[in-house]
Design a protein around this ligand. Structure first.
Ligand code: NAD
Ligand code: UGA
Length: 432
């Protein structure tokens, strides 16, 4: 099939490379000319494990190309995917302007019978709204609009796409359903379940899934706080509750509050949709508030632990491991508050991405050890493998103080104690 993907970000690039891997002919378009030029030199603009190699292989195989001019590319496409950004607008709702602009731009150039597929995360009703927009632009009703929400996680995007738990297709007509079933046949043949439903349901599934996952994280973070007060161990509690298959062990790692480009914005949009339709979502409203408060509370914890004008090492600025994405990362709240409080911040991340620019007031280092030199307090904010295997004896020697705050619970407390560090995790008992 001939596929065009609009948007060469985390989702657009992964979808493009993976659909090419499945045998389709894919053109990925982006309005960012610099990004497209880099991709045409086989340089991947984001850090995502395995993505660069897959893109190169698919380009060499002649199944994947990059372009700026979407109008020309869509002219012969069977399906056009919208994978452009849907950021939060100021009132917490979703900003659909990129999606609408992309659909408006290409609408007149779509060949009759093509299907426009919304992969971006959008509020319920958007596919139907885009259908009306496209019909108006074309002056006829010959393009179907479908929804195909994406469930990949950054850091494991390719694996998540090719071995998805399920594929959701939102279809309001037989033509879209037939096309999307054919498109995904290599995956469904390999055992990935495909659920076909109406577009409104597909859109709701995406938001409800993210809200549910974020609730799990918010809940375990609250449990971690309780564990701390009672001398309990949140890892043991998470394991114990997670073994109940109705709960499941995934997404029960206590941390500095969920971040990233999706959970914060999607929970805000979910809450905002509830308010708009007179069906408030109090659980999600409380979750959003608690998650933001958590980042602030952890910043205070560091400030109280550090000496006045002291030096703090921040290990990890990405919102999670294996990505260079810093959107709504805990570090973006915590680091500025430390600096405001008069602390000197020394930072490291294996893939700092935009963090160096966004946190320019911090002193940046190329290695974790260099960031911790002469630090009074060291704080782990991202669960990179590199921090799991830190040489704790060297770290203790490099630091001026002794306190290691592990806000991802990735260091073994006994090993930290053996190295002479005062170790504190989140929701873990005091060091032995
Ligand atoms: P991103 O910000 O990384 O990339 C979006 C890209 O779209 C940018 O490169 C931008 O230049 C481009 N763009 C904007 N307007 C365009 C247009 N008219 N034509 C072509 N390109 C255009 O975004 P992302 O993280 O890939 O997210 C995209 C969508 O997928 C969002 O709705 C997001 O909520 C959703 N989503 C993201 C993830 C994730 O892990 N990042 C996972 C699932 C769903
Ligand atoms: C999340 C979802 O997991 C994907 O299914 C979804 O497609 C995506 O959002 C999206 O809609 O964009 P992602 O944001 O890439 O994926 O990363 P996650 O692994 O979900 O982590 C999100 C945040 O929660 C991170 O800050 C992470 O550190 C935090 N988290 C996650 C925890 O604090 N504890 C956990 O147990 C899991």
């Amino acid at each position: 099939m001939k596929i065009v993907i609009l948007g060469a970000g985390y989702v657009g690039l992964t979808t493009s490379a993976c659909l090419a891997e499945l045998g389709h002919q894919v053109t990925c378009c982006d309005i960012d000319a610099g990004r497209v030029a880099a991709l045409n030199r086989a340089e991947t603009p984001i850090y995502e494990p395995g993505l660069g190699d897959l893109i190169k292989a698919q380009m060499q195989a002649g199944r994947l190309a990059f372009a700026c001019d979407a109008k020309q590319a869509v002219g012969t496409a069977n399906a056009v995917f919208l994978a452009v950004g849907t950021p939060s607008s100021e009132d917490g709702d979703i900003d659909l302007s990129y999606v609408e602009a992309a659909a408006t731009e290409i609408a007149p150039y779509l060949p009759e019978g093509a299907v426009l597929v919304v992969k971006s995360t959008v509020v319920a009703g958007t596919a139907q709204r885009l259908k009306r927009l496209v019909d108006t632009r074309r002056g006829r009703d010959d393009i179907a609009v479908a929804s195909n929400p994406e469930f990949l996680r950054e850091g494991s995007a390719i694996e998540d796409f090719l071995h998805a738990d399920r594929i959701i297709i939102g279809v309001d007509d037989a033509q879209s359903e037939a096309l999307l079933r054919t498109l995904y046949r290599p995956l469904t043949r390999a055992g990935v379940p495909l659920l076909a439903t109406r577009t409104v349901n597909a859109e709701l599934i995406k938001y409800a899934a993210n809200a549910m996952l974020a609730l799990k994280i918010g809940f375990i973070n609250d449990v971690a706080d309780l564990c701390e007060a009672l001398g309990g161990d949140v890892k043991a509690v998470a394991d114990g509750i997670g073994r109940d298959h109705r709960i499941g062990t995934a997404f029960l790692a206590a941390g500095p509050g969920f971040g990233g480009s999706c959970f914060p914005k999607d929970t805000r949009a979910f809450a905002s949709t509830g308010r708009r339709y007179g069906r408030p979502q109090p659980l999600i409203e409380a979750l959003i508030e608690g998650n933001e408060a958590r980042k602030g509370a952890l910043a205070q914890r560091i400030i109280h632990a550090a000496p006045r004008h002291g030096r703090v090492a921040i290990l990890g600025t990405s919102f999670k491991a294996n990505t260079d994405d810093v959107r709504e990362a805990a570090a973006l709240t915590i680091v500025p508050r430390l600096i405001e409080a008069g602390l000197e911040v020394h930072a490291h991340d294996p893939q700092p991405g935009a963090a160096k620019r966004l946190l320019a007031a911090a002193h940046w280092h190329d290695t974790a050890l260099a960031a911790t030199r002469d630090a009074d307090v060291a704080v782990i904010l991202t669960e990179w493998d590199e921090y799991r295997t830190l040489d704790l004896t060297q770290l203790a020697r490099a630091m001026r103080g002794r306190l290691l705050l592990d806000f991802r619970n990735i260091v073994v407390a006994q090993e930290a104690a053996r190295a002479g560090l005062d170790y504190q995790g989140l929701g873990l008992p005091a060091a032995p």
